[in-house]
Design a protein around this ligand. Structure first.
Ligand SMILES: Nc1ncnc2c1ncn2[C@@H]1O[C@H](COP(=O)(O)O)[C@@H](OP(=O)(O)O)[C@H]1O
Ligand SMILES: [Mg+2]
Length: 376
């Protein structure tokens, strides 16, 4: 392995393999729901207390991955920090919603052998599934191993038939050591383009990217489709960031929603640095995937002051971009700190991921030069 620390990848070999297999299963689950072939329509969206959307897919993926991780590593050894809880689902008025989640999870777990994993001997009941969701209530921290899961990142993209991601990472003693990012609508063969609304011919595509820290490499597999099964090692290919370091040629990505990132501020930075292309607006951590694969060179996110970024929205993407050769820091140029619990505490202004140090230095310099005049 070029420039790699083989012992680092070996150390996490089981975690990486199980992680990739469960994310492949989760992507399959989400594709079926998004296609509407099982369960309620993806339009069946529930608003959480913070007004963000949650769907059957979010709960089902969280329950399924939680169950599989406990099965693979032992319940007592597994600490999971994840986005969802089961409060809404446990309500007496939510029986049909829970029934949809139970059916979806059991249908997915029944396919576990195709993905090289062992499913339950009999279908799980509602209380086991609620339990699997609720036990993902770890708050992480600086000591020990914690899995970090965003079951459906970019839920808005998911319900709109656009890009979304399943993101799973392992944090050990405050460092992200394994990252797995499933991107069900990001073809392993095609470049990402703006307005990437899903077309029927893209249904059979999508990819999973993964890495372990210190390996010096990141990989991409196509999603397992139809009755295919996941062999290991399989048709994975090494991915690498773009070599473009001239701002004129560079593409930058940012969130689709103006409420999640200040578009006019990033446009100002783009102008200062000399970026010429229109921003590539993409939902979810697929933006990190685009940097890691070399489809774009820069990802900027500047949330409103007071918004606290959560570790599950970044952990997997950050380690994949870094191992693929890129740089990720806060807008002050400091590494993101995954050791402080659920939030990226101390984050300075925003997040900047780049394919290389030259572009990164330029963006951070432009943030320093322009901050006083901004109105975040
Ligand atoms: N006001 C806000 N500012 C910044 N990010 C926000 C936000 N509200 C939600 N988010 C995060 O932005 C993620 C979506 O990312 P993006 O905007 O890049 O597509 C959401 O993930 P979920 O969809 O998993 O809740 C959520 O975690
Ligand atoms: Mg998210």
């Amino acid at each position: 392995m070029e420039g790699a620390d083989a012992s680092a990848s070996h150390k996490y070999a089981k975690e990486l393999q199980v992680g990739v297999r469960v994310v492949q299963m989760a992507c399959s689950l989400c594709q079926k729901l998004q296609k509407g072939s099982v369960g309620p329509s993806p339009d069946h969206v529930i608003s959480k207390d913070d007004d963000s959307p949650v769907t059957v897919a979010d709960w089902s993926v969280q329950a399924m991955i939680s169950w599989m991780l406990s099965e693979s590593f032992g319940r007592e050894n597994v600490s999971i920090v994840a986005e969802e809880d089961a409060q809404t689902l446990s309500d007496d008025s939510a029986t049909s919603l829970l029934a949809s989640v139970v059916a979806t999870v059991n249908e997915t777990l029944a396919m576990a052998p195709r993905f090289g994993l062992k499913g339950p001997t009999k279908p799980l009941g509602g209380s086991e599934i609620l339990d699997a969701i609720n036990c993902c209530n770890s708050t992480g921290g600086p000591v020990g191993r914690h899995w970090v899961l965003d079951p459906v990142d970019g839920t808005l993209g998911f319900v709109r038939g656009d890009q979304y991601a399943v993101a799973l990472a392992l944090i050990e003693n405050g460092q992200v050591v394994v990252g797995v990012l499933g991107c069900p609508n990001y073809s392993s063969k095609r470049k990402l383009v703006n307005n990437s609304s899903v077309r029927s011919d893209l249904w059979q595509e999508g990819c999973v990217m993964y890495t372990s820290k210190g390996s010096g490499q990141a990989w991409m597999q196509p999603l397992i489709q139809g009755h295919g099964s996941l062999e290991w090692p399989n048709s994975a290919s090494v991915i690498r960031v773009s070599s473009i370091d001239n701002p004129v040629m560079a593409t930058f990505c940012e969130p689709v929603e103006k409420t999640n990132s200040n578009h006019s501020y990033s446009a100002g930075i783009a102008h200062r640095v000399g970026l010429r292309k229109q921003p590539l607006r993409v939902y979810s951590m697929v933006k990190y995937a685009a940097i890691a694969r070399g489809d774009a060179e820069i990802y900027m996110k500047f949330a409103k002051a007071g918004y606290k970024e959560k570790i599950w929205d970044h952990a997997a993407g950050v380690v994949i971009v870094e191992e693929a050769g890129g740089v990720v820091t806060d807008a002050g140029g400091r590494p993101l700190d995954f050791s402080k619990g659920v939030y990226l505490e101390g984050l300075d202004r925003g997040i900047v991921a780049c394919s290389g140090v030259n572009l990164h230095e330029k963006i951070i310099g432009a943030v320093y030069a322009s901050w006083d005049s901004s109105h975040l």
